[in-house]
Design a protein. Structure first.
Length: 305
């Protein structure tokens, strides 16, 4: 029983919590877009994309077909409830045509067949460095990267540069998910010393942060080349490198993914976020990195003795 509960908590920490946090961050970004952008197409487009993606990628279709007689009617009621905030908002704004169009979309959505997108692996080694964990993350989260970059450009065009800033922070956090699992300690035998391992981490984290962050930084600086945006771009890059370095070392110290999650959640994540906007916090962040590096060195040095 204890082993079963432990495995459930481990799966929740490695998969469920991470996805929930990413979805919450993306939802916060969506709310910012809906509040700040006043174009009429934002609400209906968001409703269509969210409902369409939910219907296309839901995994309970076979189960529901076995349990419910009229599955089409069930889908229509469910999607009607989910789309009701958008439809009511459009009715309150007097956009009757858009509200009717969304209602028709909800009624027709259950009849649409599933769209399967075939992913073709594209080798772009200059975009990222690191092991198979980072390559797997980058390929799985490439759509998140493109979506955040698209929102950044659209927000910047409409004069809201904060969307690009938040998008960059969300991508940096998504990139940190590479270090949310505990690796096998035997992998450390590939390195001849702790210094080689630490230098490898600095190199990989620095390269991945700068290369993948260039489009976001370019968007921020092109549309708002002020002193504040310059400081933000520099601070966010340095903060992300320190955040990734701490996670890369902490997962060598922690024994479970749950302990790693609850260690970095109250300390590393807040200081990473606020360091992007307050450059002075990079000093204590660097000090924390030094402490974590010292602890990791003392724990791992016995591997090479």
């Amino acid at each position: 029983m204890k082993l079963h509960l432990r495995s459930c908590f481990r799966i929740l920490a490695e998969i469920g919590i991470l996805r929930c946090i990413i979805l919450v961050l993306i939802s916060v970004l969506a709310i910012i877009v809906l509040v700040k952008v006043e174009n009429q197409w934002v609400l209906p487009a968001t409703c269509i994309v969210l409902l369409g993606s939910y219907h296309n990628y839901r995994k309970d279709k076979t189960f529901l077909q076995l349990q419910i007689k009229n599955i089409i009617r069930f889908y229509q009621k469910e999607y009607g409830l989910l789309s009701s905030p958008f439809i009511i908002t459009e009715l309150a704004k007097g956009q009757w045509i858009i509200a009717i169009g969304l209602s028709i979309f909800v009624l027709l959505l259950p009849y649409l067949k599933e769209i399967r997108i075939k992913q073709i692996p594209i080798k772009l080694p200059f975009l990222y460095q690191g092991g198979m964990e980072y390559i797997r993350m980058f390929r799985q989260a490439s759509w998140v990267y493109l979506l955040l970059l698209f929102c950044s450009i659209i927000g910047a065009i409409h004069g809201n540069i904060r969307i690009a800033k938040i998008s960059m922070i969300i991508w940096y956090f998504t990139q940190a998910s590479v270090y949310f699992t505990i690796p096998d300690i035997l992998q450390m035998h590939h390195f001849k010393s702790y210094r080689i391992f630490s230098n490898m981490l600095w190199k990989v984290n620095g390269w991945n942060t700068l290369v993948t962050g260039i489009p976001f930084i370019g968007t921020v600086l092109i549309f708002s080349s002020t002193a504040d945006t310059i400081y933000f771009s520099l601070s966010s890059c340095v903060a992300c490198i320190l955040y990734l370095q701490n996670l890369g070392l902490l997962r060598q110290i922690c024994t479970t993914s749950i302990s790693l999650f609850f260690i970095q959640l109250p300390v590393l994540l807040p200081i990473f976020f606020f360091s992007c906007f307050i450059p002075y916090l990079l000093v204590p962040f660097a000090a924390i990195t030094g402490v974590v590096s010292y602890i990791a060195h003392n724990k791992l040095k016995q591997l090479w003795n």
